[in-house]
Design a protein. Structure first.
Length: 90
């Protein structure tokens, strides 16, 4: 989905998939599992590990308005990718 399509909607759908969630947060869709594992995102229901994950748009709107939550997301992603690059160098 093109970011401008989602961001220009008058009203978001009640649940968003990982790609849409990443667009709303401002990250890449491959970052979503990192944020789930860190406890910063919680999928709706109790999906099994290989299931499509959906997220509440109303919950996400609250979270993205919180500067502290955004800082935690940014720091967690920096930390993950910094450690990931260290693992590749070994």
């Amino acid at each position: 989905m093109k970011p401008e399509l989602l961001l220009n909607l008058r009203r978001l759908p009640s649940r968003l998939n990982a790609e849409q969630t990443a667009i709303l947060i401002g990250c890449k869709d491959h970052d979503i599992p990192i944020l789930i594992k860190a406890g910063l995102l919680k999928p709706l229901g109790k999906p099994v590990s290989n299931a499509v994950k959906y997220f509440s748009s109303s919950d996400l709107e609250e979270k993205i308005a919180d500067v502290k939550w955004n800082a935690k997301v940014t720091e967690k992603l920096y930390e993950y990718w910094r450690e990931s690059k260290g693992r590749r160098d070994v």
